[in-house]
Design a protein around this ligand. Structure first.
Ligand code: NAD
Length: 334
């Protein structure tokens, strides 16, 4: 079997090599470039599978070139797949694999740590210490998490694991989901609406996919219902939060702080080195510079376990489909 892997990153080299050690029978050609019509046009015939992790759109001509070189299975090293043309893949008869679950622990740990960073006033302590201010004062008299209510919106794989971490601290954990999960009821108590959850919570962690109905769920009206000490954590999708409304709520001390791992217009910056003076998105700049925002560039998933699962499950999905096995991670295109 012969595969091509596009969009390889330096941080994936170790886990790609460990897959190759397990499966020396597979010939795997690795490209660090994006998959474009130009890069695909250099690929010779004789490949069976392709594994990508593409952020930019793949042009139709590049999909057609895949078919010409013999690709039968296309895999993405990600859970999300809204960036791919599934209709065209189906038309070309190319099967599709993704990695829906690679490590809920990675994201939930990051959400928990981000909330604790503000909950124990580490942001203020660090700021003071850097200015030589070692005085004990009100601003760094923290509250303990077990006296707080934590609201989890979206109680799927990651939301449930995050709820469990907070539950372990003794906090009161409440949840909201369009489809409440019976199995989650021993970790959290469901409330009937997002509004109810917002009114009760000291910390809110978001864990739903982005949909039309939850676009800018956290808007001015919802921030007005929040407690003044609210810490908002978004490791889910940027479009769940109206970032300007969030920044206004922070500026007017309507809420305490925000940890933002996913920003609505993050696309141009993810996994890039950018000079701050070249950023023209004023809202993003406000977010980056706000002293009560911890911004991280979509890294919540980034652990060695998650990387290994993303790479190994994606490549192995292609291998197993080609061997005629039934693969749970295949998305049947219809
Ligand atoms: P999941 O499908 O297991 O769970 C999502 C839950 O959200 C489900 O229980 C669903 O019923 C619920 N839901 C859907 N729409 C809702 C709505 N409008 N209101 C309330 N609940 C709703 O998904 P998951 O694997 O737990 O992923 C959760 C989020 O984390 C996704 O947005 C995913 O894209 C994101 N994610 C982020 C990173 C990162 O690095 N920051 C990595 C992986 C996943």
């Amino acid at each position: 079997m012969k595969f091509i892997l596009f969009n390889a990153r330096e941080d994936e080299a170790g886990v790609i090599a460990s897959y190759q050690e397990k499966h020396p029978e597979i010939e795997l050609d690795i490209y660090y470039e994006d998959l474009t019509e130009e890069t695909m046009s250099h690929i010779k015939k004789g490949y069976d599978g392709i594994i990508v992790a593409q952020v930019i759109e793949i042009p139709e001509a590049a999909y057609r070139l895949m078919k010409e070189v013999g690709i039968k299975v296309f895999a993405t090293r990600s859970a999300g797949f809204d960036m791919y043309n599934l209709k065209l893949l189906k038309e070309l008869g190319i099967r599709f694999v993704r990695v829906p679950v690679y490590s809920p622990f990675a994201i939930s740990e990051f959400a928990f740590a981000s909330a604790m960073y503000f909950s124990r006033d580490i942001d203020i302590i660090q700021h003071n210490v850097r200015a030589g201010d070692f005085i004990l004062k009100d601003a760094i008299t923290s509250t303990e998490i077990r006296d707080k209510t934590v609201g989890i919106i979206g109680t799927g794989h990651i939301g449930r694991q995050t709820a469990q971490l907070f539950k372990n601290t003794g906090a009161n954990v409440i949840g909201y989901d369009l489809y409440p999960n019976k199995g989650a009821e021993d970790i959290l108590t469901y409330v009937a609406s997002v509004e109810e959850l917002v009114e009760q919570s000291d910390i809110i962690s978001l864990h739903t996919p982005a949909t039309e109905e939850n676009y800018h769920l956290f808007n001015k009206a919802l921030f007005e219902r929040a407690k003044n000490n609210l810490i908002l954590v978004n490791t889910a999708r940027g479009s769940l939060v109206d970032t300007e409304a969030l920044l206004d709520a922070l500026d007017s001390h309507q809420i305490r702080a925000a940890a933002i791992d996913t920003y609505e217009f993050e696309g141009p910056y993810i996994n890039k080195k950018v000079a701050l003076e070249d950023i023209t998105d004023e809202v993003f700049l406000r977010l980056l510079k706000h002293d009560r925002v911890f911004y991280s560039p979509h890294v919540a998933f980034h652990t060695n376990t998650a990387l290994e699962n993303l790479v190994h499950i994606a490549i192995d999905g292609v291998r197993r489909i080609l061997l005629g096995e039934e693969v749970e991670e295949e998305l049947i295109l219809d």
